[in-house]
Write a protein that binds this ligand. Structure first.
Ligand SMILES: Cc1cc2nc3c(=O)[nH]c(=O)nc-3n(C[C@H](O)[C@H](O)[C@H](O)COP(=O)(O)O)c2cc1C
Length: 298
């Protein structure tokens, strides 16, 4: 997660037995190298790096990932064709993030080892088709043979069990971890995540790249511009280059872009990442057992 998942969060999640992911989207190449090296020092478990392909310097980021022998890369927001084979030739597992079964197929054809199927509920950048997670997972399961990791609107063990019931082989959580102690987002942002309610996020900036964010002053500025038919160029200028940093990293809750998912409405506490993993896993197992007991005849 851009501005939220550095080595501290990634290593805490990996140490807790899940797969921590460093989000490279906010990082210059030398910063990414530092995060990878610190993550290696902080955990002996597997971790991954996410590369959002829409940002600059991708070739430099990939060079570092290969040099540092990162075991798994999650690519998103771009064409999986370009980088999958390069990474795989360097013995790196590749997971590509998609929001439709059409792109899932493309990722499979490009040689990806798995896909993250991310529904419209998710925080951050969203698919244009607006397919919700509940509809997306069965569609993607039908379309591809590679493992499907469900994302979007998952913050509990019950939701995880629901995704497994739909055929997913794993889940990815963003919003829940953005509200963890180890997330690198600003305290103001974390406190905002745990205080907002149902209906407080919306997808905006559809003329550029659709993004789900908290409805704050910046969101209202975008809405006003969109309502009067602002051009792509004007919206680009309004967004600028540092909106997300201003909001999520510097904690400016009015002027910044605050990317977060719908499921934030159910999150009420900023917790250590390890506790989140433990709680979700325990609830997942409990739910699985409860569902299994429904199948008995008595
Ligand atoms: C603050 C924030 C930043 C994110 N940044 C990225 C990113 O840089 N690259 C990416 O592939 N996904 C990004 N995402 C999406 C997450 O990786 C994940 O798929 C999504 O949060 C799952 O849905 P959820 O928010 O309902 O848990 C981001 C999500 C959030 C909340």
């Amino acid at each position: 997660m851009v501005w939220c998942s550095g080595w501290r969060l990634a290593s805490a999640v990996s140490n807790a037995g899940a797969l921590g992911i460093i989000g490279s989207a906010s990082m210059y190449p030398d910063v990414l190298r530092e995060h990878i090296q610190k993550c290696k020092a902080a955990t002996n478990n597997l971790f991954a790096v996410n590369v959002a392909l829409m940002y600059p310097d991708i070739d430099k980021l990939m060079e570092i990932i290969i040099e540092e022998e990162v075991p798994i890369v999650f690519t998103s927001a771009g064409n999986p064709k370009t980088w999958t084979s390069v990474l795989k030739n360097n013995h790196i597992k590749v997971v590509h993030v998609i929001s439709s079964s059409k792109f899932a197929k493309k990722a499979e054809d490009a040689g990806a080892d798995a896909v993250v199927a991310e529904g419209f509920e998710a925080g951050g950048h969203n698919g244009r088709e607006e397919t919700t997670t509940l509809c997306l997972i069965p569609l993607v399961k039908e379309a591809v043979k590679i493992p499907v990791i469900a994302a979007g609107g998952i913050a509990s063990g019950k939701a995880m069990a629901a995704m497994f019931a739909l055929g997913a082989e794993g889940i990815q959580m963003g919003t829940r971890f953005a509200a963890s102690i180890e997330a690198s987002g600003h305290e103001n942002f974390k406190r905002k995540i745990v205080s907002i309610s149902e209906g407080d996020t919306m997808v905006s900036l559809k003329k550029l790249t659709p993004v789900r964010m908290i409805k704050n002053k910046f969101f209202e500025m975008v809405k006003e511009a969109e309502n009067r038919g602002a051009s792509e160029e004007e919206l680009k200028q309004l967004l600028g280059r540092a909106r997300a940093k201003k909001g999520m990293f510097e904690g400016n809750l009015d002027e910044g872009e605050l990317e977060i998912g719908e499921i934030s409405a159910t999150i009420h506490e900023i917790m250590p990442a390890a506790e989140i993993v433990k709680e979700v896993w325990k609830e997942f197992l409990q739910t699985k057992n409860e569902i299994a007991s429904l199948n008995t005849d008595d």
